[in-house]
Design a protein around this ligand. Structure first.
Ligand code: SF4
Length: 275
């Protein structure tokens, strides 16, 4: 579990069984949500998904536990046979490629089931370079897009806000590998953390087909953190406009569409698969 090296205290990892894995989504364009895990060991400081801990009756701090849904692939196969076709998002409240996936392979086995059900489209969103492992599988799926969360291009910021997630350049390299393999890729740039937007936009060239910006309503969670010297710019009302302008200028000439939440997005995954 290389991506969990900074985990402290020791993470609690359990295996559980579930009665179903496909949840109807209320998000526009996303028909189903599929979460192979409960909890997330990346433990990003602004994560909105921590409500899952309360919902599941967990008292441990968010980011210190994960339940592996060990029978998720089998349950998914059953459900795909009786559900109406639609778009499946992995994942809205966990990271499907967090470190435990390397050995557990629940996400991979769920995707294998989805590959056998081509009427279902798939949107993936992760922070993990492990996603590149499954390039072979993505190549067998007729309608799939793979997104990488890249809320900043600055690793100094990343080390404070999401210290257990892979370095930014490693994420971009994984996107480049997938795109080179013919997979449709996107970057989810949200929440908009401190960054040099022009630099990040340039680094996305050759890595993605499109970009989604989302400021998100995150600031209350890390407002104190954002008051660090040099970070408060992200709280300004025009921060999104500044980032949008820089991204559009850098990416439009290369034909890379740049969308932002609040207007149309090119796919359901873009609109819904954000954490
Ligand atoms: S934002 Fe995503 S990767 Fe980070 S802790 Fe939440 S679910 Fe995990």
């Amino acid at each position: 579990m290389d991506t969990m090296a900074a985990a402290s205290p020791l993470p609690e990892i359990r295996s559980v069984t579930v009665k179903s894995v496909l949840s109807r989504s209320g998000i526009s364009g996303i028909d189903y949500s599929l979460n192979p895990y409960i909890g997330c060991l990346f433990g990003c400081r602004y994560c909105y998904a921590d409500f899952v801990a309360r919902y599941r009756g967990r008292t441990e701090p968010w980011g210190t536990f994960v339940d592996i849904k060990s029978n998720a692939p089998e349950m998914l196969r059953r459900e795909l046979g009786r559900r109406a076709p639609g778009r499946v998002s992995l994942s809205l409240v966990t990271d499907p490629y967090q470190g435990v996936e390397r050995e557990a392979r629940i996400t991979r086995r769920c995707l294998e089931a989805l590959a056998e059900a081509p009427a279902f489209a798939v949107s993936i969103l992760t922070r993990s370079t492990l996603v590149a492992r499954d390039a072979d599988l993505f190549g067998r799926m007729p309608d799939i897009e793979v997104g990488m969360s890249v809320p900043t291009g600055d690793d100094a910021v990343r080390r404070i806000t999401e210290p257990r997630a892979p370095a930014i350049e490693a994420r971009l390299a994984a996107l480049r590998r997938l795109k080179a393999a013919g997979v449709r890729t996107y970057a989810f740039v949200g929440p908009l953390l401190p960054m040099d937007p022009r630099d990040l936009a340039r680094r996305l060239l050759g890595a993605v087909d499109w970009v989604l910006l989302d400021r998100l309503n995150y600031s209350w969670k890390i407002r104190d953190l954002l008051r660090r010297p040099g970070w408060s710019r992200v709280l300004a009302p025009d921060w999104l406009a500044e980032v949008r302008g820089a991204f559009a200028e850098e990416l439009a000439p290369a034909g890379i569409a740049c969308h932002y939440v609040g207007r149309e997005a090119p796919s359901a995954g873009a609109e819904g698969g954000r954490r």
